[in-house]
Design a binder for this molecule. Structure first.
Ligand code: ZN
Length: 594
């Protein structure tokens, strides 16, 4: 459901004793220049320096964005590093404070707020939330090494040299990890054991094979193999430490954040104009609206699909039965990828015909089977988009083929992604959802907005796009299509509700699973998986609904304000033109312009 991995904030943060900053406070004056630098010109220079420093302290985040200069750096997450980084951030904050924010362009004002939020949230993560103490799964060398190894844009030898240098500090890294852990949650400890065990596979035969066929010297190869052996050893020790010391000691904290921490994390992560409580209330209300709509449509569809049978007295049961019947209409196991491919031109044409927004024909979406190393995450379809540093690269729509799966498992998946839901999925992931949004975002000149891409805005747009299409007549306004959308949208709505219920209101697993299966019409297995996810993350589950609601509310607000002058196409295009910024800032900019 997510187009790109959201960068973790401070938790993965890099660090080193040397500050990269060139000159403490660049005046921005060039010798001999007669021009007086404007506030914006100075701010542009500040942003460039800020980003370079950011990458130096966060090499893994940089790598994920397509910036590979610091691939070989490994941050040792110890106390000394935390101090250095805090000092550096204090210095940047001071510098940021010298800019007259009101005199900057609207675009730069948003960048100013995004940098400010990053600095504030970094302090919150490090000093108050302190996830570095209670989440042992935050320590894992596997994913960052795999990311460099699979990187498409660097020659193999260069990637291998980066990895070799990076893992030369593996022992210090895991020693710091053990040192940091204090009263973790049981859930994150178990996750850390599983994930580090999985990560051992990254340092296995495939990597050794790459070394053998590389152009590295014999000396380099030998050093590299020794470092891999050490890395495996320290990872195994870390797993043993968690399994044989941490777990048996039984000194755990609850995975639930509680109201105070949840509210603040919501504030920093989502940057919404709504509070966590307001979103919770809105989601409750929306749930009731969806249920009413579903009951109405299911009652209308009943005679068509259950001719001669009387409707059950329980209206929820009737909804469930109609959904089950509609879900039988789906693609074949062998034809799944082809079914997705076939829908894309239809979506492109509909968006053009209805004049929903302008599409860029020079950036076609490439539908492909998900590459093997990306499979198995449970995401049937996802968009791989080029980052801000390699905008010219292709965008892929990865669809996982079902050929290899046992028939029963594939049938269950096909019922879930049936004739109707599959179309909604393609709208969400591709056109005019994530893919279209990312094409627009890459045109936005602000690197800051690309880097601090706001998850709630990105997911919110994709959910908004589904409703936009159906409201414009996609699917012929049929009860079938709307009923299935209601169910789909209910999932997003319940995600926001249960995140709050679990993290703030102390809800039990049984009550959550009951809610998801009853009001969400979900299978038992889906509901249980969702519970597990909600114990391991906080706030993220609420981002989809929050972004969607904010975008929809903004559209209503502008529609009301502009009356007959309101133009849907202009709204959509203007909304997308600001890059992946939080909706609250886009709202400010759009209200100023209107
Ligand atoms: Zn999504």
């Amino acid at each position: 459901m997510t187009p790109t991995s959201t960068p973790k904030l401070l938790f993965l943060a890099a660090g080193c004793a040397a500050a990269l900053w060139l000159g403490s406070c660049d005046s921005g004056q060039h010798a001999g220049s007669a021009e007086t630098p404007t506030a914006d010109a100075n701010f542009e220079r500040f942003k460039t320096q800020f980003i370079d420093s950011l990458w130096y302290y966060n090499p893994e985040w940089a790598s994920g964005q397509g910036y590979h200069r610091y691939d070989s750096l490994l941050v040792v997450p110890n106390a000394a590093h935390r101090q250095v980084e805090a000092k550096e951030q204090a210095r940047v904050r001071k510098q940021l404070g010298t800019f007259p924010v009101g005199e900057l362009s609207v675009n730069n004002q948003t960048d100013f707020r995004l940098i400010e939020n990053y600095l504030n949230s970094s302090r919150f993560y490090a000093d108050t939330l302190r996830e570095w103490q209670w989440n042992p799964a935050g320590y894992n060398l596997g994913s960052s090494v795999a990311e460099i190894l699979n990187g498409r844009y660097q020659p193999l030898d260069r990637r291998l040299r980066s990895i070799s240098l990076k893992i030369s500090r593996a022992a210090d890294y895991y020693a710091a990890a053990e040192d940091n852990i204090q009263k973790p949650t049981r859930e994150h400890t178990e996750l850390a054991i599983r994930q580090n065990q999985g990560a051992l596979g990254v340092f296995g035969p495939a990597l050794l094979d790459s070394i053998n066929r590389s152009g590295l010297s014999e000396r380099e190869k030998k050093d590299f193999r020794d470092r891999i052996a050490t890395t495996r050893l320290v990872m195994e020790n870390y797993i043993r430490f968690l399994r044989e010391e941490v777990l048996p000691a039984g000194q755990f904290r609850s995975f639930r954040l509680g109201k105070t921490l949840y509210d603040r994390k919501f504030y920093y992560d989502i940057q919404s104009s709504y509070s966590a409580d307001q979103v919770y209330q809105k989601a409750q209300q929306h749930k009731q609206e969806l249920l009413r709509d579903m009951k109405k449509r299911a009652a209308r569809l009943w005679p068509k699909y259950f001719a001669g049978q009387s409707q059950p007295a329980d209206s929820l049961a009737a909804v469930q039965q109609v959904i089950s019947r509609l879900s039988q209409n789906h693609a074949t196991q062998a034809g799944f990828v082809a079914a997705v491919k076939a829908q894309i031109p239809t979506l492109v044409k509909f968006v053009n015909d209805q004049k929903l927004l302008t599409q860029d024909p020079t950036k076609p979406l490439v539908v492909r089977e998900t590459p093997p190393y990306m499979r198995g995450s449970g995401a049937g379809a996802s968009v791989s988009a080029p980052g801000p540093y390699d905008k010219a690269a292709d965008t892929y729509y990865n669809v996982e083929p079902l050929d290899g799966q046992p028939a029963e498992q594939a049938q269950s998946y096909l019922r879930e992604y049936n004739e109707y839901t599959l179309q909604i999925l393609n709208i969400h992931e591709a056109i005019p959802g994530h893919y279209t949004q990312l094409v627009y975002a890459n045109r936005s000149p602000s690197l800051i907005k690309s880097i601090f891409g706001n998850g709630a805005m990105i997911e919110g747009w994709a959910v908004y796009a589904e409703r936009l299409m159906l409201e414009s007549g996609y699917g012929g306004n049929s009860d079938e299509m709307w009923l299935m959308w209601d169910k789909w949208n209910m999932r997003v709505t319940l995600n926001a509700i249960i995140d709050h219920e679990i993290q703030v209101n102390n809800a039990s697993e049984a009550s959550i699973v009951a809610l998801l299966t009853r009001d969400g019409f979900q299978e038992q297995s889906e509901a249980t998986n969702k519970w597990r996810r909600a114990t391991l993350s906080q706030v993220q589950l609420a981002s989809y609904f929050t972004g969607y609601t904010e975008i929809y509310d903004l559209r209503q607000e502008l529609r009301q304000q502009q009356g007959s002058r309101f133009d849907l196409k202009a709204f959509n295009e203007q909304f997308l033109s600001y890059g992946s910024a939080p909706v609250r800032y886009i709202r400010n900019m759009m209200l100023q312009k209107s």
